[in-house]
Write a protein that binds this ligand. Sequence first.
Ligand code: DGJ
Length: 731
Amino acid sequence: MAINYERNIKTFHLRTKKTSYILKVLESNHLSHLYWGKKINTNNLDYLIEENLWGSFLTNTDNIETFQLEATMQEYPGYGSTDLRSPAIELQFEDGSTTTDLRYDGYKIYKGKPSLEGLPSTYVENDEEAETLEIYLRDELKNVKVILTYNVFEDFDAITKSVKIINESEEHVNILRALSANVDFKEDDFDFIHLSGAWARERHVVRTSLRSGIQSIESRRGSSSHAQNPFMALARKGSNEQNGDVYGFSLVYSGNFLAGVEVDMYSKARAQIGINPFDFKWLLEKGEEFQAPEAVLVYSPNGLTGMSHIYNNLYGKRLCRGKYRDKARPILINNWEATYFDFNETNIKGIAKEASNLGIELFVLDDGWFGKRDDDTTSLGDWFVNEEKIKGGLGKLSKEINDMGLQFGLWFEPEMVSPSSELYRNHPDWCIHVPGRTRSTARGQLILDLSREEVCDYIIKSVSDVLENASISYVKWDMNRNMSEIGSLGLPPKRQRETAHRYMLGLYRILEEITTRFPEVLFESCSGGGGRFDPGMLYYMPQTWTSDDTDAIERLKIQFGTSLVYPSASMGCHVSAVPNHQVDRITPIETRGVVAMAGNFGYELDITKLTEEEKDAIKEQVKLYKEIRETVQFGDTFRLLSPFESNEVAWMNISKDKCEIVVSYVKQYAEPNKWNKPLKLIGIKDDDKYEVVGENMVLGGDELMNIGLIIPELKGDYAAKQWILKKYTHI
Ligand code: DGJ
């Protein structure tokens, strides 16, 4: 049993393969959190229930002098009573009051895991894969019910958590804050780790020590954003890649979020994650329900790598869906950095022809094929082909590209509208805006109001029409701006602050509908690169364009950070031209290949303009990646040397059956007169033996892990080396 309820002590014990999560109903019927961490045997942790603190300036709970909620580890604290730390929930009632008092009101345990209505979430393939605990809390005075749902994925070693609020009263209730998870820790000896950045330098790893007060990351941008990722970890002081306690919090959501920690007066940490309460308010009329997104909680005693493996596996296998979840992803070539908007069917076919000669499998036509779009000032929303550029239309072009032996893929940006478009002329009220205020553009565009059903229906229809009328096996779904002047003509004044979340619900409906209608199509999500690289999008689209920064050296940090949570198969990584278009750097083609092979491999340059040597190099890379892609995409990733800590960067991918290892090493800057330390591998069995392909060498797992691979002398800046190791089975 993954979930056990000990009736006499009113204690719930949730167990995964290696962890325990323990909750207790107190005498007062408050739900207390007692423990989360390495698996323990006991169910009885009553000795952890706090005594009151003398002279503490804390308020007595239920007017009992020895009981103070603020000194108690709580599971889902409400605002307004005697715990004055950050609440998980805050409601406002018809009388204007904001005090919420939630007490335990029962539970249910069952096998399996239901999906969350209208929201992305992890799933099970059969009911044996997870057990579910629902705990019911109730505000007696106001008749509001809260359901805390915990799903225990025993084998994946993860616990997911979501929250539903039901208004069972005769009055309306406003939700001001409804976070998805709250975890109280007895201590604060942690570092706060998050993935932060900006456009073209997303998900850099930031690690700082916890301190007194609130430390948080958030998005107010209407999407999960380039700036912050809906993820944080608390890593025990001294923990590192391989060792020590790490607690991960990840939110399956693509909109505004908050993830943070409050260290209180007694140096105890409260960690929280959920929809950002900033500019959020949700009206629950009598009888209505609100479902908050799912949080995925992961504990690892084996450092960051242990945590990453749990997220990578769970997200790869039980969040991503569809035909491509377990299928090797095609090597693609995208024309964006090759042509930008300046293309026609002739040069497109030229690139495709050359790509086919080099063994590439999929050609992707990026922005600029529709309406009158020759630059970024026009036509978003007008999803019909520009016949001046693509004579004969997409049906003909896609067929011709198929005839070259390539699949055909297409770019869309369906959530947007250009003021200069037929769609905007016909429906000027369909964008997010506040009447009377400026409709501020970004990249010349406005955002369609996906909180409105008819707008979503238009998107579903217009994208479906294109997909139905050409041979399209891949879609790149882009989104290139954040929200401003947030308001919806479809909502009454009292619901305006629901717009940003309703947008996400509309988007999720569109994605569910389109991905269900076109199950054969491989979808890649994108938001100016990695502006929406989050678990919410992965539920619909199994891969994401990691960043608009295609420079191999910049990518080291971006991909390293991304790998903390997201599987390699989800990371789109392309070899692009030099000098690089984002940073002007010149790197060797070999290094660009090694770095892009860390994920889902592809190209993004005009290959018709390359030298014969460069084409040969690409041909070799394509051949090699086809051989190793199962290992890269679906194996385990170990981060060996961090770009945030050293000039040398390394990682390895090992297949699940441990038969193949791909080791990648990049030395960013050349150093004179320096001996490179051998590169020690991780995660191999001592007794296994591996042949180092091309080097006439067989090494044992013990040697590879304790001595390491010898790094040859590499000349020049940005040099790379890759080793392929095959399990050696000869006696
Ligand atoms: C932003 C994307 O990240 C790029 O790859 C490209 O598709 C452009 N948009 C096209 O406008």
